[in-house]
Each structure stands twice: as structure tokens, then as C-alpha cells.
Design a protein. Structure first.
Length: 155
């Protein structure tokens, strides 16, 4: 049971951290946190240890799987993408390499600009937050994959 409490505490801590880093998502995260907290309260009221642990895990997953999870992934992935763009720029030592890297690097810069815009400004429609973040996460991952492929090809 201690493990589930630790998972819950980490998920709550991550939610609070992301609200501080991305204040435009505070309302959405707070709403998800309230829902997950209710689920955790119900879990703690369970009589059986197995049932309590399962419900606690479910409450933690609710929090980690929502906006918090998407923002956490996007946060890490945008850092990775920025590093890949820098790696691509330094790897482009020949004209052929520069030409090969140009399109994926430009695309990556566009994706990063879009990510920055969404992360700073949030999403207008609270119902669309997870849809927008899921698409953004996919775009960032795709840009990382494209740069990885080019970097492999030029080495």
C-alpha cells in the first residue's frame, strides 16, 4: 500500500509542478486533480486491502493519464527535440548533410514554435485540451523520429 501512496504523492507533486510551469493549464489540472482526489478518497474507504490498492492505483493513473501525463511527456519530448535540432546543426558538416537535415530541422523548429505557443497560452476550449495535447505530443515525437533518421543516415 505504501507503494501506491508514493505513486499518488508523485503524481500530485507532478501536477503541482506542471501548474507552476504551465499556469495556463492550472484550471484543467486542478479539475483533474479534484476528480482523482475523490477517487483516492473512495479508494482509502475500501475495506479490502486488494480492492483499496487497486482503486488507489486507478486514482493515480487518472491523474498521470490526463493532462498531467500529456504535459509531462511534451515537456520532456520538447527538450529532447531541441537537443536533436542542435545535434543536427552540428552534424551538418557537408553540403549533402546540410541539405538532408534542412527539411526535418525546419519542421522541428515549427513544431517547437507550436509547442511553445500551446504550452504558454493553453487551449481555449477545456474540452479540447487532451485532444490538442495528444496531437502536439504526436507532432513532437514525429519530429524527433525524423531528425533521428536523418542523423543516422548522415553518420
Amino acid at each position: 500500500m505504501e507503494k501506491e501512496v508514493e505513486k499518488w504523492d508523485r503524481a500530485k507533486g507532478k501536477a503541482q509542478e506542471l501548474m507552476a510551469v504551465y499556469p495556463s493549464f492550472t484550471v484543467v489540472i486542478e479539475n483533474e486533480l479534484k476528480t482523482a482526489q475523490l477517487a483516492m478518497n473512495r479508494a482509502m474507504a475500501e475495506n479490502g486491502r486488494k480492492a483499496r490498492m487497486a482503486k488507489m492505483a486507478e486514482a493515480s493513473s487518472m491523474l498521470q493519464g490526463g493532462t498531467v501525463g500529456f504535459l509531462d511527456h511534451i515537456d520532456k519530448d520538447t527538450i529532447e527535440l531541441r537537443n536533436k535540432v542542435m545535434a543536427a546543426a552540428s552534424a551538418a558538416r557537408t553540403e549533402k548533410a546540410r541539405v538532408a537535415i534542412e527539411v526535418p530541422a525546419d519542421r522541428a523548429q515549427g513544431v517547437l514554435k507550436k509547442a511553445d505557443d500551446v504550452l504558454v497560452n493553453g487551449v481555449d476550449d477545456e474540452q479540447q485540451v487532451q485532444i490538442v495535447l495528444k496531437q502536439l505530443e504526436s507532432d513532437v515525437r514525429s519530429a524527433i523520429d525524423a531528425l533521428d533518421k536523418v542523423l543516422r543516415d548522415i553518420h
